[in-house]
Every structure is written in C-alpha cells, then in structure tokens.
Design a protein around this ligand. Structure first.
Ligand code: PLP
Length: 364
C-alpha cells in the first residue's frame, strides 16, 4: 500500500537532532516562553521576511488572536473563502464576528477576488485569504480591493509555508498571517503549534500580550487575554525542522512535477497562478467520477484523501447561517470532485510514476 502520508523518511533523518533539542529544553528547567520560542520567532520571521513572528498554541488561535488584535468582534463581518478548512471560519466566530463566505475561483480553488467587492458591507472589517493546498492567492488584486475599502487583509498561511508570490514569501503579503504547525503541515511540530507573522509593530505587541493572559509584564494585565503560547519543546523541534523546510518543499515540487507531466487522462490537474511558486501541501486532482476513482486507486494499493468533503456552508456547525447553495456552486462542485494524491518528502518517485500509470488506466 502506498500511504497517503508517511513522515518516517523525514523524521528518521533528523531524529538525533530532534531528541537533542528536546533534551536541551528538558535540562534547561525553563518550559514556557523561553529561549527556544524566542529564537524560533526570530528565525521564522527571517525566513518569511517579516519583522515579527509571535509563537502561539495553534493555527486557529493565530487567526483568532490577529482578529482580536485588530479589535474585530461582535457586529463585524470578515470575508473568507467558501472553500477552506473549518478553522478559518471558526477563528472569525471565536472573535464574535460573522464569517462571510465568498465563492472561489474554478481554476485556483482560492477566493475569487472579483467577487469580494460584492460581499463588502459597512460592517466588513477584514478579508482572510487562504493559500489552499500551498497555492498562493492573487494577492495584488486582493490587497487593492482591501485598500479601497480600508479593510485588513489576513493570510491563513497554514498550508503554504515557504510558497512564493511574485518572489515574496506567503505570510508577508498582508497585514498579518496566521500559521499552523500541525504535524502534517509542510513545517509541522510534533504536536500543536502555530504563529503569527506581521510587519505591524502595534499588532505584534498586542498579540504577544494576548497569547499570554493579556500581560506584557508578569502579573500586570492590560487585556482579558488568553493562554495560547507556543510550547518551548515544540519551538525547539520547529527550529530543527525549519532548516529542512526548503529541501522538503523542493521534494514536494519534484513530486508535483512528475504528477503534472505524467497524468494524461480526463483528470483536471492543479492550476498554478502566474508568478507564484506553490509548495504543494496537497496535490489535488478532480474527476467527475471521484468516488469510483478513489475506490479504484485503493484497490490498486494507493491511499488518497479528500480535502475537504463538506464545505463550511453545508456544515451543521454553521446551520444557523442561511447560505444560498446557488451562491456556492463552484465550491460544491469542487468538494464533490476533488481527490488528494500522496505527496510527501522522500516518497519513492517510482511510486509516483506507478500512481500516474494507474490513474491513466482508469476507465471512464
Ligand atoms: C491546519 C489549518 C488550520 C488550523 O490549524 P491548527 O493548528 O490545527 O489550529 C487553519 N487553516 C487551514 C487552512 C489549515 O489547513
């Protein structure tokens, strides 16, 4: 069986280094907001070319704290793409604001900038864009609209660490970005972790306080804050893994290239926006016979997944919001036809060629 995701080839290579970093924290007797978090924040900010990085507990909290940091809450609306992981919407709900879904582009699967303006009301405060599957959004067009209406732009950069848009890293293309280091992400911790990247000093100071009980000086609290700190052990692990991120992303690019060049059936392949360099968090194809194709691949020893099978507007959690299905025909169709193929660093390239051959023999 070709597994959908196998972290062993990545982890075997760095096991000694990781265990050493854990031991270092163990021996330090300092387990919360210590040297490892501080150093990782410096190193990741440098990697993204942003002035600040603030480590937090996870990706959902990162987005939530950015919204809090910008005083976005009750009565406010935040625009998000209809096709994303539920966390993007939950961050808005956590802050007390209302997520407003905007349909995605049929080719990129990311938010369709040409539909954003129609969704803006006098309550709109921000747009959260998601670089889904590691594919950068059309940032120039999105930032232009935001500027016109004086809205904040926030990147959900959970799936695109290291991706480039016009030569610049995702996470540095907006007012602030929320990043997840969930283990399966391109840069993943060995547990929950996340961070915020930004060039906005006022926001950076505020979220640094909000993540730690709303306090910047111990026992003095400026805000009713939260407890969402990047764990010291996870920060040490992330410092080791960050050194390998570019190599691992290159592996993903090499695999994507094999898929792109060798799948020749009636499958819709991913579309890459001009002047971007995606990092292929997922390699997502589309087929009108998706369920049959998935079953057929399974019978041929190939594990696949669907990211994501149920769009937000069909989720029970958001049933109180009256969405019109006809507004999200593209998202609905995407959810019914997408299939994610195995893609991870050091997967046997012969396995990828085998997967292509099997797909090409699928009978329509
Ligand atoms: C993983 C993910 C998140 C949430 O990250 P957690 O660390 O699990 O909270 C948010 N948005 C997207 C698009 C994600 O893929």
């Amino acid at each position: 069986m070709i597994k959908f995701l196998d972290m062993n080839p990545m982890h075997d290579k760095i096991k000694k280094e990781i265990l050493k970093s854990i031991e270092k924290v163990y021996d330090s007797n300092w387990y919360i907001l210590g040297e490892e978090v501080e150093k990782f924040e410096e190193e990741f900010a440098k990697y993204c070319s942003t002035k600040y990085c603030i480590g937090v507990g996870n990706g959902l909290d990162a987005l939530h704290l950015i919204l809090r940091g910008y005083n976005i809450g009750k009565g406010d609306e935040v625009i998000i793409p209809a096709n994303t992981y539920i966390a993007t919407a939950l961050a808005v709900s956590y802050a007390g604001a209302t997520p407003i879904l905007v349909e995605v582009n049929e080719k990129t699967y990311n938010i369709d900038y040409s539909l954003i303006e129609k969704a803006i009301t006098n309550k709109t405060k921000a747009i959260i864009v998601v670089h889904l599957y590691g594919q950068p959004c059309d940032m120039d067009n999105i930032n232009k609209i935001a500027k016109k209406y004086n809205l904040k732009v926030i990147e959900d950069n959970a799936q695109a660490q290291g991706a480039l848009y016009k030569g610049k890293k995702t996470g540095s293309l907006s007012d602030a970005a929320g990043i997840s280091f969930y283990p399966g992400k391109n840069l993943g911790a060995l547990g929950d972790a996340g961070c915020i990247t930004t060039n906005d000093k006022i926001l950076a100071d505020k979220v640094r306080s909000l993540r730690n009980y709303g306090s910047s000086k111990k026992y003095y609290n400026d805000y009713k804050g939260f407890n969402s700190r990047l764990d010291e052990i996870q920060a040490g692990i992330l410092r080791v893994k960050l050194k390998y991120l570019d190599e691992w992303n290159q592996e993903r690019k090499d695999i994507a290239k094999i898929y792109m060049e060798n799948i020749d059936s009636e499958i819709i392949l991913p579309y890459v926006l001009e002047d971007t360099s995606p990092v292929w968090h997922q390699f997502v194809i589309r087929s009108q016979k998706r369920d049959e194709l998935q079953e057929y691949l399974k019978q041929n020893g190939i594990d696949t997944m669907i990211h994501y099978p149920v769009p937000i507007f069909k989720q029970k959690a958001y049933s109180e919001m009256k969405f019109l299905e006809k507004d999200f025909n593209i998202t609905s169709d995407i959810c019914d036809t997408i299939l994610s193929l195995p893609i991870y660093p050091y997967i046997d390239k012969e396995d990828i060629k085998y997967i292509c051959n099997v797909i090409n023999k699928f009978k329509y």
